[in-house]
Write a protein that binds this ligand. Structure first.
Ligand SMILES: [Zn+2]
Length: 423
């Protein structure tokens, strides 16, 4: 492996309270404290931010089973182009990632074909059916970092209680897609003025909030961590804030679309604005931004959910939920949270994508400390650019952000000392 020095950049390494102009050294795929011996490649990072490699904990890679939408290889290329050195896969594949064999298959394929690190989650219940628990011990031994039934939500509270208790014994974080099926029914968009105007069935906030409340109670009862995925409702933010203040081991994540867009975007029935949970009202956007700013919401991620054009190009209520996001998420959050709203600092933005996910999933990443794997993202926080979906490296182009412009972008992605993508 090559040795590397990255010079003259603004090094932001929240794990080590470092924010200063300086150099970063890499030897044999790991960070070093000083200039390595032998052949050294030099990268001049003048004017750029040198950050630990970004981590996205919520990615649907669609393999095994749906490689017409995305593959591990294509998802990894899109991740690299978004500045991500590590992604965490969701288990709603075909077959479901509820057995050690499927996890082993994904990890072996990633080892061969992915240009970024791939960490796996396993299912909470067999076949995501919400009934019988998956074998957590065998899944952990196969290398998972968390469990989730993402895409589905366990409706039976007793099953969820046993899942949280049992996962706690293994030290496995439980992540949950919060959706009460009886309250949401056939809902396809936020229940409110726009669903009424458009005549589409509503997906009310309460459908998320009751499950967030359930998860808070279970995390407290079982003294074990639960993480709420893709928070969309202002009410959920208030519940999380109150629970975290009491010391409950509960956390929440935010996807860029939930603060960059509202339900009014659905006026044209474009299914590239259809995702689950749905885009909500301006007051939810404000509450979520406040939650990010005050530390209630600690993780940012994409919920990258590729679908083929022919699957999305159907009537709105028939179209599948989900949008792509790996290549646009960092820019959207940087533009909106740092530049436009001044809600958080650039340093905090990097923390939300590095130390926070590392802490939640206990990854040996998200730091520039000597000895750690040399994953680095070079960022130009002032670069203005326009996203063209025709240029996307994902196999699917179901994004609502085609033609959107932002300020801030990753410009080079380095995994274990090797550049895997650069602008
Ligand atoms: Zn989900």
């Amino acid at each position: 492996m090559k040795n590397l020095r990255i010079i003259n950049g603004r090094v932001i390494d929240p794990a080590n309270q470092r924010d200063a102009i300086g150099d970063v050294f890499v030897s044999d795929g790991k960070f070093g404290a000083s200039l390595p011996d032998g052949d050294v490649e030099t990268i001049d990072a003048t004017g750029l931010v040198v950050a630990p490699g970004l981590i996205d904990i919520h990615v649907h890679v669609r393999e095994p089973g749906q490689s017409h939408k995305e593959t591990i290889a294509s998802a990894s290329r899109a991740a690299a182009a978004g500045g991500f050195t590590s992604i965490v896969t969701m288990p709603n594949t075909s077959p479901t990632a509820d057995s050690a064999a499927t996890i082993a298959w994904i990890r072996a394929k990633a080892e061969k074909e992915s240009c970024v690190n791939v960490f796996c989650t396993g299912a909470i219940t067999k076949g995501l059916q919400g009934e019988e628990l998956a074998p957590f011990g065998a899944l952990l031994a196969a290398g998972i970092v968390a469990i989730t039934d993402d895409g589905r939500c366990i409706q039976n509270h007793e099953v969820m209680r046993r899942a949280v208790e049992y996962a706690g014994m293994f030290g496995l974080p439980v992540m949950d897609h919060c959706q009460d099926v009886s309250l949401v029914g056939e809902g396809v968009m936020h229940e409110g003025e726009w669903s009424l105007r458009l005549g589409l069935p509503g997906w009310p906030r309460i459908g998320e909030e009751v499950i967030v409340a359930r998860n808070i109670q279970l995390a407290e009862l079982c003294q074990s961590p639960v993480h709420c995925q893709h928070i969309s409702s202002g009410g959920s933010v208030r519940l999380l804030r109150e629970a975290r203040a009491r010391g409950v081991q509960i956390s929440g994540e935010v996807c860029p679309h939930h603060i960059a867009l509202t339900d009014a975007s659905l006026a044209h029935f474009d299914s590239n604005f259809k995702m689950n949970p749905p885009l909500r009202a301006p007051e939810d956007v404000e509450a979520i931004i406040e939650g990010i700013a005050d530390g209630t919401l600690t993780i940012l991620c994409s919920d990258h959910a590729p679908h083929a054009a022919y699957e999305k190009e159907v009537e709105f209520d028939q179209a599948p939920f989900g949008i792509t996001g790996l290549e646009t998420e960092f820019a959207i959050f940087c533009d909106l949270l740092v530049h436009k709203r001044n809600a958080i600092s650039l340093q905090r933005l990097i923390e939300l994508y590095t130390t926070e996910p590392s802490k939640l999933l206990r990854l040996d990443r998200g730091t520039l400390a000597p000895g750690a794997p040399a994953d680095v993202t070079l960022i130009d926080p002032e670069l203005s650019w326009t996203f063209e979906k025709s240029q996307s490296l994902s196999l699917s182009h179901n994004t609502p952000f085609d033609g959107h412009s932002w300020k801030g972008r990753a410009v080079r992605t380095i995994v274990a000392g090797e550049t895997v993508w650069s602008l």
